[in-house]
Design a protein around this ligand. Sequence first.
Ligand SMILES: [Zn+2]
Length: 125
Amino acid sequence: MAQGCPPPPSYNESVKGCPNPPSRRNSYGAPSGPSRALSQLPASSSKLNLGEDPVHMTCPYCHQVIVSVTSPEIGCFAYALSASLCLIGCWPCAFLPCCISDLLDVTHTCPKCKRFLDTFKRGGL
Ligand SMILES: [Zn+2]
């Protein structure tokens, strides 16, 4: 005699109660849409490919039309020459490459905002 027990709900009944997940297909992080920044700043340094002479250009920092200010700087090329002179025994002359402006790197700076623009490297070093 199992009369005290209430009849269990039919299987269909219980399945119906299961919350059917509503279609949550709203794409959450789908990276779509034209959100690519097209106007990127020019690479600030080492991409200007400036020569050893002052260059008429637009400063990437202050966006003014400028003529870059050049200043000599002892670079890898001068150091390499100095090292070579030392190696071949001309160490008293090792300082000479650092004094010859044609052997020095050239640093370009902006005359308006005084920021470093680029360095012209001798000998591709
Ligand atoms: Zn500038």
